[in-house]
Design a protein around this ligand. Structure first.
Ligand code: HEM
Length: 225
């Protein structure tokens, strides 16, 4: 336990926390995007998927038990991810009270800055998204259990759709830079395999953005109604 705590206190320990929680959240957004795409299969399909999410694990687990376990893992991961990011930012600022005239590693400085700002946009998006599609608090015509209705009506407001699209672009950039940062932490980013990792980071973040953006776009184009 002491060993784990000492590791966390170090910069590398915090970066490992960022990498592990980032990977968990990355897995979630990929699975969530694949689930969201079921909206193209029709109302019955996506609504049945919504029921499945609540009943998954039955009869071993009760109604919403697995869903709540997943929510707890996600919440803890988001909390640790933000906490470690905050700590790393503080350490970074404290170690450099006066700005360099010329940054030694331009690329790293750019990635770190985009990661921080992207993270703030994504955090705001998640709060709005939960109030929109999970609780329905900010949704004009929310119907509990009718995921199709909630998604299509929700995206009929162009401002909402544009906000979602911007957030997906911010998320894609965040994942791209986050993956790059993680490869550095784990020492995978040597010159031999750098291109492979970059390729993987580019393909996965682009697919995620395209998959998610296709939904508000399809509603705005009248393809989903
Ligand atoms: C256009 C993109 C997206 C669409 C259409 C979408 C759609 C949805 C819908 C319909 C729900 C409610 C599901 C239900 O109650 O059955 C939901 C829940 C959720 N979404 Fe998304 N989502 C999108 C992107 C994202 C992204 C990028 C994230 C994270 C960064 C995210 C995180 C969540 C979370 C945490 C929940 C709550 C799950 C729960 O605890 O019940 N979503 N989303």
């Amino acid at each position: 336990m002491i060993g784990v705590l000492t590791l966390y206190e170090s910069t590398i320990g915090k970066k490992v926390v960022m990498a592990v929680t980032g990977l968990i959240l990355f897995g979630f957004v990929i699975i969530h995007m694949l689930g969201n795409l079921k909206v193209f299969a029709g109302r019955a399909y996506i609504n049945a998927y919504g029921v499945f999410l609540r009943e998954v694990g039955s009869p071993m687990f009760g109604h919403e038990q697995v869903l709540w376990l997943t929510r707890i893992v996600l919440l803890v991961s988001v909390g640790l991810h933000i906490w470690a990011a905050y700590q790393l930012t503080r350490l970074d600022l404290a170690s450099r009270p006066v700005q360099y005239a010329m940054r030694k590693n331009q690329e790293y400085g750019y990635a770190a800055r985009t990661l921080r700002w992207g993270g703030v946009i994504i955090a705001l998006f998640i709060v709005y998204h939960l109030l929109h599609f999970t609780t329905g608090t900010v949704h004009p015509r929310f119907v509990e259990g009718d995921v199709y209705n909630n998604v299509v009506i929700g995206f009929q407001n162009p401002l909402v759709s544009i906000f979602y699209i911007v957030a997906q672009l911010a998320l894609a950039l965040h994942l791209y830079h986050g993956a790059w940062s993680m490869f550095q932490t784990l020492g995978l980013n040597n010159s031999n395999n750098k291109r492979i990792w970059r390729g993987l980071a580019t393909v996965s973040s682009t697919m995620l953005a395209l998959g998610n953006i296709s939904i508000p776009l399809a509603v705005m184009l009248g393809l989903l109604r």
